[in-house]
Ligand binder design. Structure first.
Ligand code: ZN
Length: 55
């Protein structure tokens, strides 16, 4: 497989409040930074996300 541009960067989100740790894409990450955790609504910062390298 050749490296194809456009692979989405994924992030592991670790919520400090509900302790869920789903893998999310950049769109969901941006949404949660704006609106809070989509599971419990707690305000979260960029430090709650860690980039995931798949493969
Ligand atoms: Zn949460």
């Amino acid at each position: 497989m050749s490296g194809k541009a456009g692979t989405e960067t994924m992030f592991r989100f670790t919520c400090p409040a509900c302790e869920m740790s789903p893998i999310v894409d950049a769109v969901i990450r941006a949404d949660m930074l704006a609106n809070g955790c989509y599971l419990c609504g707690t305000q979260v910062s960029e430090s709650a996300f860690r980039e995931v390298c798949e493969e």
